[in-house]
Write a protein that binds this ligand. Structure first.
Ligand SMILES: Nc1nc2c(c(=O)[nH]1)N[C@H]1C(S)=C(S)[C@@H](COP(=O)(O)O)O[C@H]1N2
Ligand SMILES: [Mo]
Length: 198
């Protein structure tokens, strides 16, 4: 009894309102899973309101300082997956090299096939925000975003662009795929920022 209650309490502290914990790892996206034969043609373009725009190969990314971040995934459709460990490059490390200009206030994440997600600059630059190449100790699988996805652990998972190819720093906010379809411009699960109504 005691353990049951203690566990339940802990779970409600960890799981935002109207979310259900799953132990599976659902796959959710529009479009196709890219088939990368080799990564020699892959690159990541970092551009927009920056002092130093940057084009990185996958090898160059792997040579940058590597960090690990843990999070609980909260998908806006209602599932949560606890205790994930992501490994990759901190977005702060990217900012250190590219030096966002003062006018930069938003970041647009560009994925394969033109898919986009937008986030406020402060969220993109949180200490826990990562460009991740691994999940729970192994490289991302193709359907979960190989070779690179954004992870902003504190936001709903739709902000976590899979198959990331571009990071654009902008002055104005430009709604991405889900945001154009009525989803929230920020997406904090603890405030249930699911939809925009303006
Ligand atoms: N490129 C791309 N990234 C994407 C999406 C997408 O459609 N395309 N969907 C988002 C949504 S809505 C969710 S919930 C998560 C799902 O990630 P998963 O398939 O690894 O669980 O990816 C996000 N990243
Ligand atoms: Mo989603």
């Amino acid at each position: 009894m005691f353990f049951g209650k203690a566990r339940q309490h802990q779970q409600s502290d960890r799981v935002p309102p109207n979310q259900n914990v799953t132990t599976s790892f659902p796959v959710l996206h529009t479009g196709h899973v890219p088939d990368y034969e080799d990564l020699s043609k892959w690159n990541l373009q970092i551009y927009g309101l920056l002092e130093q725009p940057l084009l990185l190969t996958f090898d160059e990314l792997c040579e940058m300082p590597q960090s690990e971040v843990s999070n609980d995934i909260h998908c806006v459709t209602g599932w949560s997956k606890l205790d994930n460990v992501w490994k990759g490059i901190k977005t702060q490390e990217i900012a250190k090299r590219t030096k966002p200009l003062e006018e930069a206030r938003f970041v647009i994440l560009h994925a394969e096939e033109g898919w986009m997600a937008n986030v406020p600059l402060e969220d993109f630059l949180m200490d826990s925000s990562l460009l991740a190449h691994s999940h729970n100790g192994v490289p991302l699988t193709p359907e979960h975003g190989f070779p690179l996805r954004a992870v902003m652990p504190h936001l709903y998972f739709w902000k976590s662009a899979k198959w990331l190819r571009g990071i654009q720093f902008t002055k104005e906010n430009h709604p991405g795929f889900w945001e154009k379809n009525g989803y929230h411009m920020r997406g904090n699960p603890w405030k249930e920022e699911r939809y925009s109504f303006d």
